[in-house]
Design a protein around this ligand. Structure first.
Ligand code: ZN
Ligand code: ZN
Length: 346
């Protein structure tokens, strides 16, 4: 029997990727539609030695895999590439290392075939509404902490057993099993993740809610808007947000900015940060949500809020410019000049 793909043969069933679907989710559905085990399909695509599941295949997006999938399904290479995190990283022009840490992309912490980190979030309601549950690419994006359709906080682990969602493992352990549970089922404990409890975090005013959501739900990433201004490059505003988040969560005394901002947003009391100095992508969904929203709040009513909080927290202004060379001029000039003018006023 000819192995699929070796002859360039198109698979009998080749469902198209669903809107916003992640590559690995589509591969799982492809295997199931053809009644092949996921692992067997991957072996047929790239040979038994080809690493697929013991790597972050969505982030690495190996060209051989995408080309072979294009042959097997008749779908264009460009369309398949659009399901990868590598494509997402290109679009937000972020610092992307296929084998290492990537800015704004959640790490899976892969060890053999296990996922040790909570790098995949999901919306229980989306999974419940899907005819055939599938995994969205945006659920791997670190600042995408709320569902754009249901405005609920995403969930980053099974709420029954506490493990990361390993949707591709449904059929492991049973040599002959091809029928696997839906991608809404936790493969560790069998809990239906579409029934996971949902939560919302509200911002103090509608302007902040709208600003946070507008940035979180950018889909083409070509431009962005904040505080009534349009930014031609989304990467510029993300870079600024990144710097602000770095200081909000810093382990140095500059991290008092967090308390200064939180005091203004939640004067009746606020949650302190679990750990200082931890990279943004390694934090849980609630802290990522909070930090991103606080940074957005601080950049609104520019530069009044920024100046007020920087002065209250007595942040070293040069710290905002550390380690990044491409920060936009409006931010650099305020950081450099605002403090000087402030001191003159006193
Ligand atoms: Zn949803
Ligand atoms: Zn579970």
């Amino acid at each position: 029997m000819l192995a699929y793909g070796l002859s360039g043969e198109v698979l009998p069933a080749h469902p198209r990727s669903r809107p916003g679907e992640l590559l690995s989710s589509w591969i799982v559905r492809l295997a199931r539609a053809n009644r092949i085990k996921v692992h067997a399909l991957c072996a047929r695509i790239g040979g038994n030695m080809a690493p697929v599941w013991n790597r972050d295949v969505d982030r690495m997006a190996p060209p051989w895999l995408i080309e072979r999938l294009a042959l097997l399904t008749g779908r264009p290479v460009a369309e398949i590439y659009e399901t990868t995190l590598a494509d997402l990283a290109d679009k937000i022009d972020t610092d992307h290392h296929p084998n290492g840490n990537s800015t704004w992309l959640l790490p899976l912490g892969i060890w053999h075939r296990q996922r040790l980190k909570f790098g995949l979030q999901f919306c229980p309601i989306c999974l419940r509404m899907d005819e055939e549950p599938y995994i969205r690419r945006s659920w791997r994006l670190a600042f995408y902490t709320e569902c754009e359709h249901h405005h609920t906080l995403l969930v980053d682990r099974c709420t029954s057993c506490g493990k990361p969602h390993a949707y591709f493992r449904g059929e492991l352990g049973d040599r002959n099993a091809i029928k696997a549970p839906s991608m809404a089922i936790c493969t560790h404990c069998g809990f239906d993740l579409s029934l996971a409890p949902i939560d919302r975090i509200e911002w103090p005013d509608w302007q902040t809610s709208v600003a946070v959501r507008t940035l979180q739900f950018m889909n083409d990433f070509g431009w962005a808007t904040l505080d009534g201004k349009i930014y031609e490059k989304t990467a510029d505003i993300l870079l600024v947000l990144r710097q602000v988040i770095r200081i909000l969560s810093s382990s140095t005394k500059d991290g008092q900015l967090y308390d200064a901002v939180a005091d203004q947003i939640w004067p009746q009391g606020y949650h302190v940060l679990g750990s200082r100095g931890e990279p943004y992508e390694r934090r849980g969904v609630i802290e990522r949500h909070r930090l991103f929203g606080m940074a957005v709040w601080l950049l609104q009513q520019w530069p009044q809020r920024f100046e007020t909080c920087v002065q209250i927290a007595d942040v070293r202004r040069s710290y905002f410019l550390n380690g990044v060379i491409d920060l936009p001029p409006w931010f650099v000039s305020q950081v450099q000049g605002g403090g000087h003018r402030g001191r003159q006023r006193r």
